[in-house]
Write a protein that binds this ligand. Structure first.
Ligand code: ADP
Ligand code: MG
Length: 308
């Protein structure tokens, strides 16, 4: 057992350690600047050395970060009614990014009609003029687009199934349509199917998120299933996710658009084969409904990705 002298020595050592830490903190340029900017007196540092050490670590990391070292939220200390509170705040980089996003939304209010996920940057300004311009220089593309132009002039309940090679502009053409509809205040869900399939798998353990991912696309005014067939298709995904989703859209006659590298026939063949079995009937069940929901159109033309 330690005697009283040892204990006193320990306490003295701790005291010395504390004094050293405190003076290092008070000498730190980053801490001095922070105290000044946030109107925090030095006495708070003395009372909360541990919290200021955490703050110092954060500030040191931020000092060398170009917006790439964390998720954008950082530990900070603020004074509220003379009490020191620990909070998480958006860092300056994230703040700037958020302000930019807000400004973009304000300038193009239709982008706020995209629910679940924002529309990809390269599609946000997609409009008919670009399609007509691209058509001038590409004969094959020009022959593919009349049904889309007709659809834009007179949207119907029956959607479109755009298929063709990678990079011909299928997703872009869908975005031209959904941007137009978003401007008319329709609620759009634009799902990139490979990402959607993996989001669902990752949400298995959180029933609320899973339910959200299932329900939201069913209810949207306009739904895009982008790149259907590019995801890996299990029997569960085909029968428990795609079939009920597509069936519901069909029952409620809701506008649904598709893009794919595969024709509907090819998609049906792909869907029939899952890991353990061949099930043509289940694949047909899904694809027959797609045929009811959408007019199949082949998009031809050059690979526009190579121009980027
Ligand atoms: P796909 O979905 O067929 O693979 P995308 O729609 O992604 O092809 O188009 C490929 C690239 O070309 C994208 O960067 C897209 O923004 C661009 N693009 C496609 N169509 C047009 C167009 N009509 N005008 C301008 N850029 C286009
Ligand atoms: Mg695409």
């Amino acid at each position: 057992m330690k005697d009283i002298r040892d204990l006193m020595e320990d306490t003295q050592q701790m005291q010395n350690e504390r004094t050293k830490l405190l003076s290092a903190l008070l000498d730190s340029d980053l801490i001095q600047k922070y105290l000044k900017e946030n109107n925090i007196g030095k006495e708070y540092v003395e009372k909360h050395i541990g919290r200021f050490l955490d703050l110092q670590k954060t500030l040191e990391k931020c000092a060398v970060c170009k917006g790439d070292l964390c998720k954008g939220y950082r530990y900070e200390l603020v004074l509220e009614d003379n009490r020191l509170k620990s909070v998480y705040k958006a860092c300056p980089y994230l703040q700037k990014k958020q302000e930019k996003q807000e400004a973009e939304k304000a300038a193009r209010p239709y982008l706020a009609r995209y629910e679940m996920a924002p529309l990809g940057k390269q599609f946000q300004d997609a409009g008919l003029e670009d399609v007509l311009m691209a058509a001038e220089k590409d004969d094959a593309y020009r022959t593919s687009i009349p049904p889309i132009v007709r659809f834009l002039k007179e949207p119907k309940d029956k959607g479109l199934y755009l298929y063709g090679k990678i990079g011909v502009g299928k997703t872009y053409l869908c975005a031209v349509i959904t941007n137009e509809l978003a401007k008319k205040n329709r609620r759009i869900v634009f799902l990139h199917m490979p990402s959607y399939a993996s989001d669902l798998k990752n949400a298995f353990d959180s029933p609320e998120l899973y339910e959200y991912l299932i329900e939201k696309p069913r209810k949207a005014d306009v739904l895009v299933l982008d790149d259907i067939g590019a995801e890996s298709i299990s029997a569960w995904y085909r029968d428990e996710v795609l079939l009920p989703l597509i069936d519901r859209r069909m029952q409620e006659k809701k506008l649904t658009l598709f893009t794919s590298n595969l024709s509907i026939r090819e998609l049906e063949e792909k869907m029939a084969i899952t890991r353990n079995e061949i099930d043509e009937i289940s694949a047909q069940r899904v694809c027959d409904r797609i045929r009811v929901l959408a007019e199949e159109i082949q998009i031809k033309g050059k690979n526009r990705r190579l121009e980027d």
